[in-house]
Design a protein around this ligand. Structure first.
Ligand code: AGP
Length: 596
């Protein structure tokens, strides 16, 4: 996720672009830059936050320009990789939000054709594609260039000597703002509301030519598409959250896209670009904290199922002080921020012990990425809400990919089984969307139970960690005391806590533990606790035992944690909303824990 803005009009573009860009900083903040068209094409960029760019940039004269704030997904967060990026001659500048999955092939073939690349980004290929297609008509050049791109994108392009911005999108957002004698483009309306509230939304593959006097939208075949402007009534705060009342809810709803982006171009290349070429591992140890630890707990099931490699876990703050074993496991460190001090210390300790290390991280260039041998980035984009949601789900995606890779290397995953896993992964965005479509139903149910003081979450097998994660989300944002248990443990203590005032959320996916789970639910019910079950559509048995049921579409057990946690994220969100809690910034906790 990155932020793009563009301006064409009669004012000086530079201050306006900078001002608008700051409103998009929540979309990414590891580098930023501007290109302004005046007498020539001027460009300035810097790593770091927009304030760093602002502090050192020279005056740029001109009333046409584009700007970008970056959340790195390909290429380190350095000045060289910051956008805008240019063609060989420095006459065409582009900004990009998205992922170009076929950039390697394009880069190789364009290098053979004589193009010189200056960055490590996927985006730069687009500047060179436009350069090679440009024959005096920028719209035509952009259309031809995007036809060669695979992946997701919002692009904006300016060129020296041209009084226009040409922009296009596919699966990444882009709006056009209409002014009087001036027009704008941006990744979202937040950036533009200070200047206009009349917006034109672009559909996938549409291309727009924006001048100060006109906005013309074309379809992929070059036909003009008539568009009606929409009036936006949001205030700035609403707009930054995309109209959602909280970042957490926005981030929960971004999960289908986050999953899609995290898979893009990766599962196809596992055979040709494995992470661990020729390195057979006999064991894996996952080290992490909080929600990332819960992702690791699910990861144990995934790795053992797909690669048959025994996997253990340890909380980061414990790992450092644990005795050195005789085994030499692959150490997998999971951390959204890449800055959690205990996880960083664990990474250093693992290397000291001579272990190979791999990090699953969301923030490119974060500290952990310099401490490990290999990184798998989750492509969730920045997560602002303190409660981890989309980063948890994309950590699971990274673990499926890692497990497939280990299984392939260890020859424990057949080609047929791998194809089936890939098919299931591709279905996940839809499975998650199905759950999101039930948000009003989940909200109504949460209202009914929001006055509880204690709430217990039970699950079995791969959904036992999901019960723990549901409990963590609930306690973290709603301040209801939540505990997650393996359902089989109830009789060994927790049953003593149950009463009519302690609702139990029971995960009852149809897997080999289902019958046992039904028995647990009836056991809980017999103790007088209300039961809210999460089960599969068409499972009429559940209604006989549970007070309420959240139904989701059936999915094979190995993949069930993904839609089920989304239901529990919504559940905890609506509990907290009903209780009037500070959802995005819960008391006493920080997004990133940089002290031990
Ligand atoms: C979960 O909602 C929390 N924000 C917290 O448990 C978090 O997962 C933990 O602090 C680890 O953070 P990391 O992934 O950035 O290392």
């Amino acid at each position: 996720m990155c932020g793009i803005v563009g301006y064409v009009g009669s004012r000086e573009a530079q201050p306006l672009l900078l001002d608008s860009l700051k409103r998009l900083e929540y979309r990414g903040y590891d580098s930023s830059g501007l290109a302004v068209v005046g007498a020539s094409l001027q460009l300035f960029k810097s790593e770091g936050e927009i304030a760093v760019l602002e502090g050192k940039m020279p005056r740029m004269q001109g009333s046409i320009g584009i700007a970008h704030t970056r959340w790195a997904t390909q290429g380190k967060p350095t000045t060289v990789n910051a956008h805008p990026l240019t063609d060989c001659a420095g006459k065409i500048a582009i900004v990009h939000n998205g992922i170009i999955s076929n950039f390697m092939e394009l880069r190789e073939s364009m290098t053979r054709d004589g193009h010189t690349f200056t960055s490590d980004t996927d985006s730069e290929v687009f500047a060179h594609l436009v350069e090679s297609e440009y024959k005096g008509d920028l719209v035509q050049a952009v259309m031809k260039a995007v036809s060669r791109i695979e992946g997701t994108y919002a692009f904006a392009v300016v060129a020296e000597g041209r009084d226009e911005i040409v922009a296009t999108r596919r699966e990444s957002p882009l709006v056009v703002g209409l002014g009087d004698g001036e027009n704008f483009i941006a990744s979202d309306v937040t950036a533009l509301l200070k200047y206009t509230n009349r917006m034109v939304y672009l559909e996938d593959a549409e291309v727009v030519k924006v001048t100060k006097a006109s906005v013309t939208v074309f379809d992929a075949s070059g036909n003009v598409v008539p568009k009606t402007a929409q009036k936006i009534m949001w205030n700035l705060d609403d707009a930054e959250k995309g109209g959602y009342p909280h970042f957490m809810l926005k981030e929960i709803f971004e999960q289908p896209t986050a999953i899609h982006d995290s898979l893009l171009g990766r599962i196809e290349s596992l055979d040709t670009e494995p992470f661990f070429q020729g390195t057979p591992y006999s064991s894996v140890k996952i080290v992490a904290c909080g929600t990332s630890y819960h992702a690791g707990l699910v990861g144990k099931y995934i790795i053992e199922e797909l690669s048959k490699i025994p996997t253990t876990l340890q909380i980061s703050s414990e790992y450092r002080y644990s005795p050195v074993s005789r085994e030499n496991p692959l150490i997998v460190l999971i951390t959204q921020s890449g800055e959690t001090s205990d996880t960083l210390a664990a990474a250093r300790e693992a290397r000291k012990r001579g272990n190979k290390t791999i990090a699953i991280a969301n923030v490119m260039g974060s500290a952990i990425t310099r401490e490990v041998d290999h990184v798998i980035y989750t492509r969730a984009g920045p997560e602002i809400g303190v409660a981890a949601t989309k980063t948890f789900v994309t950590q699971l995606i990274a673990l499926y990919i890692l497990a497939m890779d280990l299984g392939t290397q260890n020859r424990t995953l057949s080609a047929l089984a791998k194809r089936s896993v890939i098919g299931q992964l591709r279905n996940l965005p839809r499975a998650v969307q199905d759950v999101l479509n039930k948000s009003s139903e989940i909200e109504e149910l949460a209202k009914k139970y929001a006055s509880a003081r204690d709430m217990f979450f039970i699950g079995r097998n791969i959904n036992y960690p999901i019960a723990m994660e549901g409990a963590l989300k609930t306690k973290e944002i709603s301040y209801i005391h939540g505990e997650g248990f393996p359902a089989g443990e109830l009789k060994h203590g927790p049953l003593a806590l149950l009463s009519k005032d302690s609702p139990v959320v029971a995960i009852a996916a149809k897997d080999h533990t289902y019958e046992k789970m039904l028995a647990n639910i009836s056991e809980v019910s017999a103790r007088g606790s209300p039961v809210i079950a999460i089960g599969y559509e068409g499972d009429t048995d559940l209604q006989k035992f549970a007070d309420d049921v959240i139904y989701i579409r059936e999915i094979p057990p190995l993949f069930s944690p993904v839609p089920i946690i989304v239901a529990l994220q919504l559940w905890s969100y609506y509990l907290a909303k009903e209780r009037g809690c500070a959802i995005d910034k819960p008391r006493n906790i920080a997004k990133t824990v940089t002290v031990e």
